[in-house]
Design a protein around this ligand. Structure first.
Ligand SMILES: Nc1nc2c(ncn2[C@@H]2O[C@H](COP(=O)(O)OP(=O)(O)OP(=O)(O)O)[C@@H](O)[C@H]2O)c(=O)[nH]1
Ligand SMILES: [Mg+2]
Length: 301
């Protein structure tokens, strides 16, 4: 007996790497496509440090999104690891979703576009933050990418306001290969809960502190215990590079650390859908951002 697969409705599945400069809205887009906050979002550039995987499944498709750190010239070891995460994602992907900001043409964007093209990955361009530019500025930009950069699929969006996301999703689905789903229907990510929890804590530090502290910080989960009759117990350590930063992070009478803990706990409970008890510690690990061995220990390579 022979079966003709062309008669079957075709299920589409594949990996989509979301790439672009820091702060253009990659993680916002992922969260709003999934309707689930999986990736840290802040106003500060270089919020995302790892490849963050989010899975979107529909009746006839499954898209595995790879959110990535913003592309930039690395100036220390951590940033090198971050850029490697971008390149790895592009290599793994069936499709590159390149995000730029509406507004003027940027030299860096053009450089990144060249890099992606050299990898020969299929490409869709999304022009984000259209909510904050005048139409008169948007149209020449779209025209430039379409004509001079020869990009066929170009979707203006506002990731924040969820404008254009349905159109974008349809473009992605039609560009993906036919194939079976990789994950079960109800799975949103394959990251362990520990990782998501550490990211939530890191996000709160990015939101709460000025420039220096967030970039000098990384978070490790030391203990994660599910308890029968009690809340889950999570103990995490925030590593900083200098003693002075430890003092700032803890704050007067521990007030700053307590505030981080409260904000983080609320989001952790939302993400895990159960109550947790969160204990935070701060430790100094000098120059961790420069040290490849420590970076490996922290899971950056
Ligand atoms: N006005 C406007 N702001 C946006 C939009 N999308 C994202 N933002 C804002 O842009 C900032 C950066 O967003 P992220 O999603 O963290 O950007 P990212 O590209 O993931 O940044 P990195 O992880 O640092 O590379 C945040 O303040 C977002 O709220 C949008 O469509 N419109
Ligand atoms: Mg991000």
């Amino acid at each position: 007996m022979s079966s003709d697969s062309s008669d079957q409705p075709k299920f589409k599945s594949g990996y989509v790497a979301i790439v672009g400069r820091p702060n253009v809205g990659k993680s916002t887009l992922l969260n709003n496509l999934l309707n689930f906050k999986i990736s840290a979002v802040t106003r500060k550039p270089q919020t995302t440090r790892h490849q963050i995987r989010g899975i979107l499944t529909g009746d006839d498709h499954q898209i595995v999104f790879l959110d990535t750190p913003g592309m930039l010239e690395p100036s220390y070891k951590l940033q090198e690891a971050m850029l490697q995460a971008v390149h790895r994602s592009l290599k793994d992907a069936d499709l590159a979703l390149f995000i730029i900001e509406a507004g003027a043409v940027s030299k860096q964007d053009l450089d990144h576009l060249k890099t992606i093209r050299e990898l020969n990955t299929k490409l869709i361009l999304a022009v984000n933050k259209v909510d904050i530019v005048a139409k008169g500025k948007l149209l020449p930009l779209l025209d430039f990418y379409h004509k001079q950069q020869r990009i066929d699929t170009l979707v203006p969006i506002s990731a924040l306001r969820k404008d254009g996301l349905e159109e974008l999703k349809q473009e992605l689905i039609s560009a993906l290969p036919a194939g079976f789903p990789f994950y079960s229907k109800d799975q949103i990510t394959d990251h362990p809960e520990r990782f998501l929890v550490a990211e939530i804590i890191r996000e709160k530090i990015f939101l709460k502190f000025g420039d220096e502290i967030p970039y000098s910080t990384t978070v490790e989960i030391d203990e994660f215990k599910e308890r029968e009759k009690h809340k889950d117990f999570i103990r995490a350590t925030i590593f900083v590079e200098r003693k002075s930063q430890k003092g700032i992070l803890i704050g007067k009478n521990g007030a700053a650390l307590k505030a981080i803990g409260q904000l983080a706990r609320q989001d952790i409970e939302k993400a895990l859908d159960r109550p947790v008890y969160l204990e935070l510690w701060v430790k100094v690990k000098e120059k961790w951002r420069q040290n490849e061995i420590i970076l490996k220990e922290f899971g950056y390579y």
